[in-house]
Design a protein around this ligand. Structure first.
Ligand code: KIV
Ligand code: ZN
Length: 501
């Protein structure tokens, strides 16, 4: 057997679905199963058919989908559970029973002898149906080692194809896990697998220690979903195996990020920003030394190229941002500002940074688009001042001062909100120059949080049918809207001026 190939047994659709608050429809389960298959996992544990009718349906549909991966169903070591798994048309059954004293006594109410009998009967029953059988002694890591060996040997003799060692409540350390696997390996011939929970944040480390000690299969979930603190995360285990442990898996690592996003979207469980491999910040570099370093040579501050997991490097600008980093980010996006434009972009970024905020790539590009776009158009109308008042007891009001041809014009208006009031005030001032109507308004918060940089994209039309789109990007929605409106007006006026020349 190839000891360097580690089988990836994915239990996102079973243990992952046991994440508190997560419940997937059969359609959602199918979408995830198809993605896992594309990703290249070896086994997909599709569900626990005895849990519900919906679960049976989902497992059956996945089992019939013609996937490359083995489709597996979970069953207690009970014939009735195994029958339901068999009726789901799977060719792989994962059967389990508690073996620790505490669980046998309080969760099962069975004696050790009864447990051994149930193991033998279930494994033989599964094998009699010509199906692959994986057996798990649940709570193995808190089970008396003598009894654990006895149970595992019984399962092996009954015909189990794999024995999986669950660290059900996540109490192992890498060292104790390696010792346990070594000890079991010395008494068993079947391939060993591990299933680690993350109660102490050691699920990945314990899984890797088990592999070092001879386990050839690891149970994982996408984004580390699972009961309580979750299971070992697929993305971390796979990347560690490939890049730190010199092992191989069937996983196409380039699809890791899109798989993680899909699972996060369908389960509704967000990914923490500093999560390894798939977190928002995993390949984000702050400005300064790091930014400059990775721009020149990525390996300076990166463990591996983000493209390996289907991601891209992100340079985050802030008050420490240098022209160098900002220019590099913009050039990577195909934006080449002049020195003058770059100066204004850097100033805007620092202004936002001074308020304690970082500026993401998306924010930066929005700011650059506005600065560069604005300097390309003629500045016929310029904002000189803006005051808005709003509140529970006030009608939103805006007073605007614009400079047109060197002269200041002022107007005040009310509206349904401060943005509406400000736009109306602008329209009032320029009504003599151009009758400009707002036909489309889109607001995008580029980074999360109430202090996000807001990008406003609008379309405006004058009475002659000239239509232009324009944008504004500021931390303040009203300011971003005003900036976009004035930019739109300037574009329309420039167009009209050119038409008369
Ligand atoms: O954590 C666990 O013990 C399990 C079993 C069903 C294998 O999920
Ligand atoms: Zn589990």
């Amino acid at each position: 057997m190839d000891q360097d190939y580690i089988r990836i047994f994915d239990t996102t659709l079973r243990d992952g679905e046991q994440t508190p608050g997560v419940s997937l429809t059969p359609e959602e389960k199918m979408e995830i199963a198809l993605q896992l298959d594309k990703l290249g996992v070896d086994v997909i544990e599709a569900g626990f058919p005895s849990a519900s009718k919906g679960e049976q349906k989902a497992v059956k549909e996945i089992a019939r989908a013609g996937l490359k991966a083995h489709v597996c169903a979970l069953a207690r070591a009970l014939r009735s559970d195994i029958d339901l798994a068999l009726q789901s048309d799977v060719k792989y059954i994962h059967t389990f029973i508690s073996t620790s004293e505490v669980q046998m006594k309080y969760a099962l109410n069975m004696t050790p002898e009864q447990v051994i009998e149930a193991v033998i009967d279930s494994v033989q029953y599964i094998k009699d149906h010509g199906v692959i059988c994986e057996f798990s002694p649940m709570d193995a890591t808190r089970t008396d080692i003598g009894f654990l060996k006895k149970v595992c040997r019984a399962a092996e003799e009954a015909g189990a194809d794999y024995i999986n060692i669950p660290d059900t409540v996540g109490v192992m350390s890498p060292k104790s896990m390696a010792n346990l696997i070594r000890e079991l390996k010395a008494t068993l011939k079947v391939p060993l697998s591990v299933h680690c929970h993350n109660d102490f944040g050691l699920a990945v480390a314990n899984s890797l220690a088990a592999v070092e000690a001879g386990a050839t299969q690891v149970h994982v979930t996408v984004n580390g979903l699972g009961e309580r603190a979750g299971n070992a995360s697929l993305e971390e285990v796979v990347m560690c195996l490939h890049l730190l442990y010199n092992k191989r898996t069937g996983v196409n690592t380039k699809l890791i990020y899109e798989t993680s996003r899909l699972v996060s979207r369908l389960t509704g469980v967000p990914i923490q920003p500093n999560k390894a491999i798939v977190g928002e910040n995993a390949f984000a570099h702050e400005s300064g030394i790091h930014t400059k370093g990775v721009v020149v040579k990525p390996i300076t501050f990166e463990p591996f190229n983000p493209e390996i997991v289907g991601r891209q490097r992100k340079l985050v600008a802030g008050k420490h941002a240098g022209r160098h980093g900002i220019r590099a980010t913009l050039e990577e996006a195909g934006i080449y500002p002049t020195e003058e434009q770059l100066k204004e972009i850097v100033e805007r970024v620092k202004e936002i940074g001074d308020k304690g905020k970082t500026v993401t790539d998306a924010d930066l590009l929005a700011i650059a688009r506005v600065v560069i776009g604005r300097t390309r158009e003629e500045e016929i109308v310029r904002l000189n001042d803006l005051v808005v008042t709003t509140g529970l007891k006030f009608t939103p009001t805006a007073s605007v001062k614009l400079i047109i041809d060197g002269k200041e014009y002022a107007a005040a208006e009310t509206g349904v909100g401060p943005v509406d009031a400000a736009i109306k005030a602008i329209q009032k001032i320029i009504s003599n120059l151009a009758d400009v109507r707002l036909t489309e308004y889109r607001l995008e918060a580029l980074t999360g949080g109430s202090d996000a940089v807001a990008e406003v994209i609008i379309k405006v039309e004058d009475k002659d049918g000239n239509i232009v789109s324009a944008r504004g990007a500021r931390e303040d929605i009203v300011m971003a809207s005003v900036e976009a409106m004035i930019s739109g007006i300037n574009k329309i006026l420039s167009k009209r001026l050119k038409a008369t020349q």
